[in-house]
Write a new protein. Sequence first.
Length: 132
Amino acid sequence: AHLREGLELARREHSGYLVGLALYHLGHAALARADYEGALEHYRSLLEYAEAADDKLYLARLPNLFGGVSLETYDLDEAIRFNSEGDETSRRIWPWPEPRGHALWKLGLAHLTAVITGLPSAASAFRQRASE
């Protein structure tokens, strides 16, 4: 409730920075509750803000955030795609390692999950090609 109130206050005060921060944390809170559609909705709103404000930190973080939802829902190909994009985007536009580190960590988790679960994914296709 407090995060939603903070978002509304930030919007009323026209504080783009605080709007971005509230959306970021609202997305995380929804993801923690396994409300995947809610998380995606907040992350999409954050993407709109980041693009309009040219907020490079959130632009670097967002592929990883979408990839995290994909990882939680075992959509491993999407998790791999988003986190690979997050790695490249963060290398290109953000000087500090935090967004890239998170993207690489989740990329590794997606590949590891594919191996452990045997779920079909780009990772399993890669392993099959490598073993031929």
